[in-house]
Ligand binder design. Structure first.
Ligand SMILES: C[S@@+](CC[C@H](N)C(=O)[O-])C[C@H]1O[C@@H](n2cnc3c(N)ncnc32)[C@H](O)[C@@H]1O
Length: 286
């Protein structure tokens, strides 16, 4: 027992190197302590396995890897999602976008419609699709991605949501090519957070280095994927169905105009920082 050390010592070591917040999250992850309850384990002796995990996570974080990948999971709305470099780290602005989708579905459910059919295009971790399945008990969600790697992560996350998982299906392919043809004209909601960064645009070094480029870049003006989705969405939506799209603030006006040109009624919505971030566009009722 003479040379055992308590978790408080490793927490201090990590805090000196990484700052308090990252240090706390890493020690919470290894010890399994609930957030805010770390004090309960700080006097416990560290096991050999614990030190090995701590050293490995500390080294990865010190090499610049995002905390979310080092931890291997990240919170999104009510979900605890597995994340790794095969997928984009889910962002707080996307939690707002998922909320807009959930609100649209709840409004549609109030009109008396029983089952709601949803497509989440470019699902990544499954963040939006799985939130919808969990928060809207009448939604059936078609989640797609062009990346088999991303779908593998979404599949792992699907297994973590319990019974709601029976209402989610995963499909590989490019945008609407992945959606079962029978759904054409009957989607109550299409939601997507597609790539929307212009090819020439600088990104923070940590994003550029660690996150998948295919999840971020979308042509010379960053609008290639948004343009494609807006163009094809009207054909796939049911009458009075809704399209919800995330994008960069400077893209919202032009995407709203595209939606309007395709016969949809658009509105622009802010993220938590108050920046224009999403377009919600409704198809006319029949
Ligand atoms: C910005 S990420 C969003 C991931 C997730 N929906 C989220 O909000 O965190 C864009 C996703 O679109 C996928 N993607 C890129 N091109 C695609 C395409 N042509 N068809 C379908 N998905 C695509 C990427 O693999 C990536 O998972």
């Amino acid at each position: 027992m003479a040379d055992t050390i308590p978790w408080s010592a490793l927490l201090r070591e990590a805090a000196d190197l990484l700052g308090d917040q990252d240090a706390r999250r890493i020690v919470e992850e290894i010890t399994g302590a609930e957030p805010g309850r770390l004090h309960r384990v700080l006097d416990d002796p560290v096991t050999e396995r614990g030190v090995a995990r701590f050293d490995a996570m500390l080294a990865r974080r010190r090499a610049g890897e995002p905390l979310q990948y080092v931890l291997g999971r990240w919170g999104f709305r009510s979900l605890d999602l597995m994340v790794d470099p095969r997928v984009l780290i889910p962002r707080p602005e996307t939690e707002v976008v998922a909320g807009l989708a959930v609100d649209a579905l709840h409004a549609r459910a109030r009109t008396g419609q029983r089952e709601l059919i949803v497509a989440d295009l470019g699902t990544g971790t499954g963040a939006i699709a799985l939130s919808i399945a969990v928060e809207c008990s009448t939604a059936r969600v078609i989640a797609t991605d062009a990346s088999p790697d991303a779908l593998a992560v979404a599949r792992a996350n699907l297994s973590g949501i319990g019974r709601a998982a029976t209402r989610v299906s995963l499909h590989e392919g490019s945008w609407f090519d992945a959606v079962p043809p029978a759904a054409e004209g009957s989607l109550d909601l299409i939601v997507s957070n597609p790539p929307y960064v212009a090819d020439h645009e600088d990104l923070p070094e940590v994003v550029e280095r660690w996150e998948p480029a295919d999840a971020l870049r979308a042509g010379p003006d960053g609008l290639d994927d948004l343009r494609h989705i807006v163009e094809h969405a009207p054909r796939w939506l049911a009458p009075a169905g809704t399209l919800v799209l995330e994008m960069a603030p400077q893209q919202t006006e032009v995407v709203a105009e595209m939606a309007s040109d395709r016969g949809l009624a658009p509105s622009i919505h802010p993220d938590l920082a108050g920046r224009a971030r999403a377009v919600v566009a409704r198809k006319a009722p029949e």
